[in-house]
Write a protein that binds this ligand. Structure first.
Ligand SMILES: CCCCCCCC/C=C\CCCCCCCCCCCCCC(=O)SCCNC(=O)CCNC(=O)[C@H](O)C(C)(C)COP(=O)(O)OP(=O)(O)OC[C@H]1O[C@@H](n2cnc3c(N)ncnc32)[C@H](O)[C@@H]1OP(=O)(O)O
Ligand SMILES: Cc1cc2nc3c(=O)[nH]c(=O)nc-3n(C[C@H](O)[C@H](O)[C@H](O)COP(=O)(O)OP(=O)(O)OC[C@H]3O[C@@H](n4cnc5c(N)ncnc54)[C@H](O)[C@@H]3O)c2cc1C
Length: 664
C-alpha cells in the first residue's frame, strides 16, 4: 500500500501551522531552507545509505566511513557549499567520523589558541584538508584532571625545539577521535618544561604521520584503541592511542596566543587568561548542547509516531484497540521528553549567542564574561546530554519490544549518543565546576559587585530566601512569574544552604569534597532554571503562525511543571511550596498533556526529519510500520537460507543425540 499515510487522521487533529513551527524549530527561514535542502541531498544519494551499518564488521565499517567522508568532502567542493551548508550536510550524513574532530576541535584549537602567524600558516592547510588533525588531550591515566596530564614538552635552547615525550604508560594519549588511523597532525596537550621548571599545560601542533605514505613519523607510536559500545555506532570513529619517544618539533609549533616561549627559553604571559587554553572545550560544549536537542528530538519523533500507530487493549465490540499514545502513563513519559527537546533547542540557540558574545569580548580583551560562559557551557552540556541519553533509552522502552530491534534506530542512536555524557568533560565533573561558580557567587554577595547574566537572580537573594508561592489553583501554575519565582527560589535556597554548610569547614576544599553530592544537586537546579527561563524568553519573541505560540506555551508549561513534579522534594524541602501547591502543579501538568495529545504528531513533524535521517521503521513518516518490519526481517542475512549455516555441524548432531537419549 505505497503512498498511504497511516498517520493522516492524527495529522488532521493539528491545531497549529506546522510549516511555521518548522521555521521556529530551525531558528530562521534561511536555516530551515538550508537544512531541508541538505537533508534531501543526503537522503537521495545512495552513497549515504546507512541501514546496513549495524551489520558491518569493524574494518568494513571504518572503510565505509572513510568512503562516505571522502565523498562528502568531494560533494562539498563540487557544489561549492558554504560552511553552514557543509556543516548541515555532515550532520545529516549521521556517522561519527575523523572529520568531526578535524573541523570541530583541531581547527578551533588553532583558531582560538594560535597567534595570527600560526593561524596564517596552519589554517589554509587544514581548510583544504591537506593536513588532517585531531585533538590529543586525554591520556590513559588522566582525562578529567587536565592539570594532571603527564606528556612533557621540554624546550631545547640548543636547537630551538620542543622535545615531546611520553614518560610513562599512563601518559599515553588515549581516546582522541581521528587519531587511531587517519590524522596526520594533532594539537597535543603537554606540560611545558623550561630549564627544568614546569609551566602548566599547553597545546602543541605535532605532525604524527608522513604526508607521503601515512606511516607514523620516527618516535611516534599510534594505533586505534579498539571496539567501543554497541554495533555500528561510535565504532565508525578511530579513537586512538599515541606515544612519543623524544619527538622534536620547532618552537613555533607551540600554540602561543596565551603564553609565548622566547628564543632563549623564557615564558612570556600575554594579557589573555590562562583558562583560554581550555577555550576549545568551551566551544565544543556549546555545540554539544545544540546537538542534544537534535538527538532527543529524533528519539521522541520515533516514539511519538510509533505510539500513535501501536494499539493495545481497550477494544469494544471488535473495534480497534486503544492507541498507546492515549494512555496517560505513556503521555507522562513521552510528552516531557518532547517538551525537553524544544526546551533544549531554545537554550542551545541562546548558548550559541552567549558563545559568540564572549568570543567578541575576548577579541577586545574583555574577559569578564568568561567564568559565566564556562559555567553555562559546562552545566548545560552536562544537563542536556544526561537528559538526552536517558530520554533515548526511555523512548526505546516507550516502543515496547520493537524498540529493541536495530531497525527501530533507537539502539544505535543510544550507543552513538551516550558517550556525550563523558566526552568533553564527565557530566558530574562539569556540574562541580558550576557548583564552584555558584559558591563563589554566593560568597561575593554583598561585596558591592552585583551578579549579572544567568546568575543575576542571586542579586535578589533576600527576597528569594523569604518569599512563598502564591499559587491557589492549578491554573495559577500557567503564570510564567509563578513558575520562574519557584525555580529561582529553589536554586537560590539550595545554593545558600550548601554555602552555609561549607562555611562550617575550616578547609574549604575538604568541605567541597564532603558536600559534593549536594553541590551537584544545587548546580542542576541552577541549570534547570536557565533552561526554563530561556524558554520563557523565547515566548516573549514575536512568533508568527496560527497557534504556534500557543503550542510552545503548552510545551513550556509541560517542561517546567514536569521538572517541578519530578523534583518536588527540592521545592518542598526549601519550603517555597506546600504539598497542596505541588499537587496543583501535577493537576495542571495532566491537563497540559491533554492539550499536547492532538498536536503530538504535528509537533514531531515540525522537526522536518527525513526517513533517511531518522533511520527507523517505527518512526517513518507514513506510519506504515508493520509491513516494513516484516520486510526488514526477511532482509536479515540469517534469512538468506532456510537452513542456517551450522545446521549439519551443530543442530543435526544435537537432535540426533536427543533422539538416542529418548530411545534409551
Ligand atoms: C562528512 C564530511 C563533512 C565535512 C564537514 C565540513 C564542515 C563541517 C563543519 C563543522 C563540523 C563540526 C563538528 C563538531 C562536532 C564535534 C564533535 C565532538 C565529538 C566529541 C569529541 C570529544 C572530545 C573530547 O572529549 S576532548 C577532551 C575533553 N576533556 C575534558 O573536557 C576534560 C574535563 N576537565 C576540565 O575541563 C578541567 O580540567 C576542569 C574543568 C575539570 C578544571 O579542573 P581544575 O579544577 O583542575 O581546574 P584548573 O586549575 O585547571 O582551572 C581552574 C580555573 O579555571 C576555570 N576553568 C576551568 N575550565 C575552564 C574553561 N573551559 N573555560 C574557562 N575557565 C575554565 C575554573 O572555573 C577555575 O576558575 P577559578 O576562577 O575558580 O580559579
Ligand atoms: C567517545 C569518546 C570520544 C573521546 N574523544 C576525545 C578526543 O577527541 N580527544 C580527547 O582528548 N579526549 C577524548 N575523549 C576522552 C574524554 O574527554 C574523557 O574520557 C572525559 O573527559 C572523562 O575523563 P576520564 O575518562 O578521565 O574520566 P574519569 O575522570 O576517570 O571519570 C571516572 C569517574 O570518576 C568521577 N570523577 C572524576 N573526577 C571527579 C571529581 N573531581 N569529583 C567527583 N567525581 C569525579 C567521574 O564522575 C566518573 O564517574 C573521548 C572519550 C570518549 C568516551
Amino acid at each position: 500500500m505505497e503512498g498511504v499515510d497511516y498517520l493522516a487522521d492524527e495529522r488532521k487533529k493539528t491545531e497549529f501551522d506546522v510549516e511555521e513551527m518548522k521555521i521556529v524549530w530551525a531558528g530562521s527561514r534561511h536555516t530551515f531552507e538550508v537544512s531541508d535542502r541538505m537533508a534531501k541531498l543526503v537522503a537521495n544519494d545512495p552513497v549515504f545509505r546507512k541501514d546496513d551499518r549495524v551489520m558491518l564488521a569493524r574494518k568494513d565499517l571504518f572503510k565505509n566511513t572513510l568512503r562516505k567522508a571522502t565523498y562528502a568532502w568531494k560533494r562539498i567542493n563540487e557544489l561549492r557549499l558554504s560552511e553552514e551548508e557543509a556543516s548541515k550536510l555532515r550532520s545529516f550524513v549521521d556517522e561519527p567520523a575523523f572529520t568531526d574532530l578535524h573541523w570541530g576541535m583541531f581547527v578551533p584549537a588553532i583558531k582560538g589558541q594560535g597567534t595570527d602567524e600560526q593561524q596564517k600558516k596552519w589554517l589554509p592547510l587544514a581548510y583544504k584538508m591537506q593536513i588532517i588533525g585531531c585533538y590529543a588531550q586525554t591520556e590513559l591515566g588522566h582525562g578529567s584532571n587536565v592539570q594532571g596530564l603527564e606528556t612533557t614538552a621540554t624546550f631545547d635552547p640548543q636547537t630551538d625545539e620542543f622535545v615531546i615525550h611520553s614518560p610513562t604508560l599512563t601518559s599515553s594519549k588515549w581516546w582522541p577521535g581521528g587519531l587511531g588511523k587517519v590524522s596526520t597532525h594533532g594539537v597535543v596537550y603537554a606540560r611545558l618544561i623550561l630549564d627544568g621548571q614546569e609551566h602548566g599545560i599547553h597545546g602543541f601542533i605535532v605532525q604524527l604521520r608522513s604526508l607521503e605514505d601515512h606511516r607514523p613519523l620516527p618516535g611516534i607510536t599510534v594505533a586505534d584503541i579498539g571496539m567501543k559500545f554497541g554495533s555500528g555506532a561510535y565504532n565508525t570513529m578511530d579513537n586512538g592511542l599515541l606515544r612519543f619517544d623524544h619527538v622534536r618539533i620547532p618552537r613555533d609549533q607551540m600554540l602561543m596566543r596565551v603564553s609565548q616561549v622566547t628564543r632563549d627559553g623564557k615564558i612570556v604571559q600575554s594579557d589573555v587568561p590562562r583558562q583560554l587554553v581550555y577555550g576549545t572545550m568551551v566551544y565544543v560544549r556549546q555545540t554539544i548542547v545544540q546537538d542534544a536537542s537534535i538527538a532527543l528530538s529524533r528519539a521522541v519523533c520515533i516514539a511519538t509516531r510509533y505510539s500513535a500507530v501501536r494499539r493495545q487493549f481497550g477494544s469494544s465490540n471488535g473495534g480497534p484497540e486503544t492507541q498507546v499514545i492515549d494512555y496517560k502513563t505513556q503521555q507522562s513519559r513521552l510528552f516531557p521528553l518532547l517538551a525537553s527537546a524544544y526546551a533544549f533547542r531554545f537554550v542551545g540557540e541562546w548558548l550559541k549567542w552567549l558563545y559568540t558574545d564572549v568570543t567578541q569580548r575576548l577579541q577586545a580583551n574583555d574577559f569578564s564574561t568568561l567564568p559565566e560562559a564556562h559555567a553555562c557551557t559546562a552545566g548545560l552540556k552536562s544537563l542536556t546530554t544526561s537528559v538526552t541519553a536517558d530520554g533515548i533509552e526511555e523512548s526505546r522502552k516507550l516502543c515496547g519490544g520493537h524498540g529493541y530491534l536495530a531497525s527501530s534506530g533507537l539502539p544505535e542512536l543510544f550507543a552513538v549518543y551516550v558517550p556525550a555524557c563523558t566526552y568533553e568533560g564527565d557530566n558530574t565533573v562539569l556540574m562541580l565546576q558550576v557548583a564552584r561558580f555558584l559558591m563563589k557567587t554566593v560568597s561575593q554577595l554583598g561585596s558591592g559587585k552585583p551578579p549579572v547574566g544567568t546568575i543575576s537572580y542571586m542579586g535578589r537573594i533576600e527576597q528569594l530566601m523569604q518569599c512563598r508561592c502564591a499559587v491557589k489553583k492549578a491554573g495559577d501554575w500557567l503564570n510564567p512569574n509563578a513558575v520562574l519565582e519557584a525555580f529561582e527560589a529553589r536554586a537560590a535556597r539550595m545554593s545558600v544552604s550548601c554555602a552555609q554548610k561549607l562555611s562550617k569547614f575550616s578547609n574549604p576544599e575538604e568541605g567541597f569534597a564532603e558536600l559534593s553530592a549536594d553541590l551537584v544537586e544545587a548546580a542542576v537546579a541552577h541549570c534547570q532554571l536557565i533552561v526554563v527561563s530561556k524558554f520563557f524568553e523565547k515566548l516573549q519573541q514575536d512568533i508568527p503562525g496560527k497557534g504556534v505560540k500557543r503550542q510552545l506555551e503548552v510545551l513550556c508549561g509541560v517542561y517546567s511543571l514536569h521538572l517541578l513534579h519530578k523534583h518536588q522534594g527540592d521545592f518542598l524541602a526549601t519550603s517555597y511550596i506546600t504539598p497542596k501547591q505541588a499537587s496543583l502543579a501535577n493537576d495542571q501538568l495532566r491537563e497540559l498533556y491533554s492539550q499536547v495529545r492532538p498536536n503530538a504528531i504535528a509537533l514531531v513533524d515540525a522537526f522536518n526529519y527525513t526517513d533517511h535521517y531518522l533511520g527507523s521503521i517505527l518512526g517513518c513518516y507514513d506510519g506504515n510500520v508493520y509491513p516494513k518490519l516484516y520486510e526488514a526481517a526477511w532482509r536479515d542475512p540469517l534469512n538468506d537460507s532456510v537452513i542456517p549455516d551450522g545446521y549439519e555441524q551443530y543442530i543435526r548432531p544435537l537432535l540426533k543425540q536427543q533422539l538416542r537419549v529418548a530411545k534409551l
